[in-house]
Ligand binder design. Structure first.
Ligand SMILES: Nc1nc2c(ncn2[C@@H]2O[C@H](COP(=O)(O)OP(=O)(O)OP(=O)(O)O)[C@@H](O)[C@H]2O)c(=O)[nH]1
Ligand SMILES: [Mg+2]
Length: 274
């Protein structure tokens, strides 16, 4: 049996490790799973996950990639494939393997020989403009997360605008809003992932996923991109996570989440004054 491999990419600090942490906490008891983290110079993310205790330490492997983080998940993937083989050898019947890329730019994508599905994580603190900037990772990933929606007011970003433009950009591929630090929206990500697990690994292909047409040169940082066209009609409110309402319809408030059960409207956690 081959594990379903899910690549998690996104700019530096967008919340990739927060996502891995939440998924481990939600799924480790029911799935035989493991994690590979990629960092450029350290094993910081692997150490964080081990300290957090969301997954047994022996199931977390930290890969130090050296230079360009995308190289290790797209161009020369041998260091990650070795880690995959090691984990599959050590944990018979492994069902799910999460592979977090080092933080990278909007052109960074995964090789289809390394992963079956990809999740790309952007965050509101990176700027409302990010979906407008496009790029193959945002366009073609199997799931796009707009994370840190709890910070939208603080950084002057409109979550509605980001969601609308991301939805237009992706032409039907799913977009979810999250505040992973508080587990807001995590249910939707878990549901999506369980559906991918039910589908199983994708049939291996010889060339990288739908990347070449956007990103013909492996080390070219950034590609010309057609700007997003006219916005679609307003997106269904079903796209907003439980526990979160746009600020103009319902004010933020309530205590920080401590578990998934407090997913009630209007309870999006706000940053508490120290
Ligand atoms: N307010 C808020 N902070 C978040 C959220 N998600 C992550 N963070 C914080 O953002 C910071 C970066 O999160 P990480 O999960 O480490 O981000 P990353 O994408 O893994 O970062 P790199 O691996 O360094 O590229 C941490 O301090 C997290 O606690 C969120 O939804 N809301
Ligand atoms: Mg990380």
């Amino acid at each position: 049996m081959t594990a379903v491999r899910v690549g998690i990419g996104g700019p530096v600090g967008s919340g990739k490790t927060a996502l891995v942490d939440v998924l481990c906490r939600r799924l480790a008891r029911q799935l035989n799973m493991a994690v590979i983290t990629n960092d450029i110079y350290t094993r910081e993310d692997a150490d964080f996950l081990i300290r957090a205790g969301s997954l047994d330490a022996e199931r977390v492997v930290g890969v130090e990639t050296g230079a360009c983080p995308h190289s290790a998940v797209r161009d020369d993937i041998s260091i990650n494939l070795n880690a995959v083989e090691d984990l599959e050898r050590r944990f018979a019947g492994l069902e799910l393997l999460l592979i977090e890329s080092g933080g990278d730019n909007l052109a960074a994508t995964f090789s289809a020989e390394l992963v079956d599905y990809t999740i790309y994580v952007i965050d509101v603190a990176g700027g409302e403009k990010i979906p407008r900037k496009g790029g193959p990772a945002q366009t073609d990933s199997d799931l796009l997360l707009i994370n840190k929606i709890d910070l939208a007011d603080l950084v002057g970003a409109s979550v509605e605008v980001m969601l609308r433009e991301a939805t237009t950009l992706r032409q039907g591929r799913p977009v979810l809003l999250t505040a992973l630090r508080h587990e807001t929206g995590a249910d939707g990500v878990v549901d999506w992932l369980l559906n991918r697990l039910a589908e199983g690994p994708r049939t291996p292909v010889a060339t990288p996923v739908a990347i070449a047409r956007h990103d013909p040169h492996p080390h070219e940082h950034g590609q010309p991109f057609s700007p997003v066209g006219s916005p679609l009609a307003p997106t269904s409110s079903a796209s907003f996570p439980h526990g979160w309402s746009p600020p103009d319809s319902e004010p933020h408030g309530g205590p920080p989440r401590s578990d998934a059960t407090s997913d009630q409207p209007g309870t999006l956690p706000s940053i508490q004054a120290p």
